[in-house]
Design a protein around this ligand. Structure first.
Ligand SMILES: O=c1[nH]cnc2c1ncn2[C@@H]1O[C@H](CO)[C@@H](O)[C@H]1O
Length: 322
């Protein structure tokens, strides 16, 4: 008998969030990975509620053994005027279901300290799946300049590469939430795979899928049906569609199995001001520009460009129902 391969260690930085909840459940049902912790951030909800929801979701899954570390309540520039997407996910972030308060508690360490601790404990082994604004990661990079090289990879759900954003024509929500932090992360030298909405808008869960989930006796499938109503209503209002984008589960599965998508490599900078604040601008590095620019000499990152959408949807369905 061969040895079972080591499971990839993943920390999920999250702002749950309906699609975050799906991603967390799929992660907990993915034998290829080990979820070593959750860290929380604002975005779909405020950070305190993200922490509460993270603890709640782990209790639903019976996984109170996984630590939850609370992240920043403000942007990397101490900004407190946060854009919270309660109109997408409901006031509670989980489809307005009035779930009971979790019994468990967050750990004493902050998200940033916990990320640095894990990077030192398992050098070169930690994959960070970033599902919200990138404040916690940027703070870790500022606190420990070696952090980018101590981790294995950052897979982030963020950006809109050569397509319109979802906050406005320029910006995708997670990057718009803290553009300064995003620029620090993109230029940090870490191995980064960015999964933007140019890719996740190809991955749609339909009403037929929802009906299949409703037939399932699986705990995660049942829970998903409860929270998905609000998310379907938002997509119908905003995009006139009868389905929902699987943003966060797509990023999770990209971290589990990178062969589910293809990517290109180049330098990404983030616009931090003006009317295009939050814009992610990719340089394919094919042109030798005559003069210096703000992309020149910055480390390259991987940017997803195509995705096997049917395979992703099937994996999400199987792992929610399994
Ligand atoms: O219109 C929107 N505004 C804010 N957040 C959104 C919107 N649409 C989706 N998301 C949320 O932001 C991430 C993807 O950008 C996902 O977490 C998604 O649930």
């Amino acid at each position: 008998m061969g040895e079972t391969p080591e499971r990839k260690k993943i920390v999920i930085d999250t702002d749950p969030g309906i699609d975050d909840a799906l991603a967390i459940f799929v992660a907990l049902n993915s034998p290829e990975i080990e979820v070593v912790g959750l860290t929380t951030i604002y975005g779909n909800v405020y950070t305190s509620l993200a922490t509460r929801n993270a603890l709640h979701l782990l209790e639903v899954a019976g996984r109170n053994d996984i630590p939850v570390a609370e992240g920043s309540h403000v942007t990397i520039t101490n900004g407190t005027k946060l854009r919270i997407a309660d109109f997408v996910h409901g006031a509670d972030g989980l489809g307005n279901q009035n779930f009971p308060s979790p019994q468990g508690a967050k750990i004493d360490q902050s998200a940033t300290d916990f990320l640095i601790h894990l990077a030192n404990l398992y050098p070169g082994e930690i994959t960070i799946l970033a599902l919200g604004p990138l404040t916690n990661l940027a703070m870790a990079i500022q606190q420990d300049p070696e952090f980018p090289r101590k981790i294995r990879q950052i897979v982030l759900l963020g950006g809109a590469f050569s397509v319109n954003g979802n906050v406005n024509p320029a910006a995708e929500a997670n990057i718009f939430g803290d553009p300064d932090a995003a620029d620090i992360v993109f230029t940090s030298g870490s191995d980064i795979l960015a999964v933007g909405i140019n890719v996740t808008h190809q991955v749609v869960l339909t009403e037929d899928h929802l009906n299949q989930l409703a037939q399932s006796k699986g705990k995660f499938a049942q829970y998903a049906c409860k929270i998905l109503g609000v998310y379907f209503a938002y997509h119908h209002d905003a995009y006139s569609m009868r389905g929902v984008y699987l943003h966060d589960p797509t990023a999770l599965l990209a971290a589990v199995d990178p062969s589910l998508l293809t990517y290109t490599e180049g330098v990404v900078r983030v616009q931090t001001g003006g009317i295009t604040r939050g814009l992610t601008l990719f340089d394919n590095c094919k042109k030798r520009y005559g003069e210096m620019n703000e992309w020149f000499d910055k480390p390259k990152v991987k940017v997803a460009i195509t995705v096997d959408a049917p395979a992703i949807v099937k994996l999400v369905m199987d792992r929610l129902m399994g």
